[in-house]
Design a protein around this ligand. Structure first.
Ligand code: MTE
Ligand code: MO
Length: 317
């Protein structure tokens, strides 16, 4: 796939690059000089991956030059997460090791030419993987920058061959309260998210299969999750088992949990506060620094068109 190089997608170093990030980057660069800036040197990370992963050979994938940048170190990014299936704390990485990611199938159903079920490994092998460094902004007013591997969701939409009546995608996470202790709590499990067809086929919408140049660690939502970097992080559903093409707007997990606080659109906007806190700035995880939040998390020129004519909607909640 060819992506036109656009300067605006780059993450400049001046954007929150603390001392230890520089250090981390410098050692990465030294060790992987031949790879060039923005790519990931294999074998440097302290965080292990499953040895028996048949897709391991696909990593690191080719870097997408339009999305290079300085990212949050792995020992920070993989140690501060939201994954409510495994508890409400940010330190869920150990609990998330209970997630059994193989075998894993993804159901594609609803308004498609032919509903199907596909193995996650087969899907990942079939799709054109690339590395993209993306900003991530949680609705709780913190952020990080993550080096993902994945493929554009649009590729999966094309593969699914939706019928003309399909207006939305509805995503669902696994449901297994025995394995995932958090699913024994009062929330409306399983986790559900949704996008419009136009959002899903925007080039920024990424199906993520890896991070830090390796297959996705459990805590990031293995084996496959979504990232829509212009939206609050809760839209980026983890550990997907079902994608349905539907005519009506799906009711999401967070809309059901807190309808006054979380909506369908959830586009990042510093001027629209959460009912209980400001969204004007964000804490950069790992540095303690606060910086101003950007409209659409800085990706506005690429996604703002999606919302023309929808001004009456609650686009920023
Ligand atoms: N299934 C599922 N997906 C989820 C969540 C979750 O609890 N369960 N948390 C969301 C929230 S609030 C955020 S901020 C991101 C966190 O992604 P990260 O841990 O990879 O940074 O995942 C999102 N996707
Ligand atoms: Mo979040």
């Amino acid at each position: 796939m060819h992506v036109i190089h656009r300067k605006g997608w780059e993450i400049p170093e001046r954007e929150a690059t603390p001392e230890h990030l520089f250090l981390n980057r410098r050692s990465l660069l030294k060790a992987g000089a031949a790879l060039g800036a923005g790519t990931i040197a294999p074998g440097l990370s302290s965080i292990a991956m499953a040895a028996d992963n048949p897709t391991a050979g696909l990593y690191p994938a080719r870097a997408n030059d339009a999305f290079k940048g300085v990212f949050t170190p792995e020992d920070v990014g993989a140690r501060y997460n939201n994954f409510y299936e495994f508890g409400l704390s940010k330190k869920v990485y150990a609990a998330a090791e209970a997630l059994k990611t193989r075998p894993w199938t993804i159901k594609i159903d609803g308004l498609v030419e032919k509903p199907m079920e596909i193995g996650a490994d087969d899907l990942i092998k079939m799709m054109p993987l690339e590395e993209r460094v993306y900003r991530h902004r949680c609705v709780e007013a913190w952020s990080m920058v993550l080096p993902w591997t994945g493929f554009p969701l649009k590729k999966l939409v094309d593969y699914a061959r939706p019928l003309s009546g399909a207006k939305y995608l509805r995503f669902e996470t696994f449901m297994d309260p025995k394995m995932a202790s958090g699913q024994r709590s009062f929330f409306p499990w399983p986790y559900v998210e949704g996008l419009t067809m136009a959002e899903a086929t925007n080039d920024l919408a990424l199906m993520v299969t890896g991070a830090y140049g390796k297959p996705l660690a459990n805590v990031f939502g293995a084996p496959i999750r979504l990232h829509t970097p212009w939206k609050y992080g809760f839209k980026s559903i983890k550990s997907i088992t079902k994608i349905s093409f539907v005519a009506d707007r799906p009711k999401t997990f967070w809309e059901e949990s807190g309808p006054g606080e979380y909506g369908f659109w959830a586009n990042v906007n510093p001027q629209v506060p959460h009912p209980r806190w400001s969204q004007a700035s964000e804490e950069v995880i790992g540095t303690g620094e606060r910086k101003p939040t950007q409209l659409f998390n800085g990706y506005g020129e690429f996604v703002a068109d999606l919302y023309k004519g929808l001004e009456g909607e609650k686009l920023y909640i």
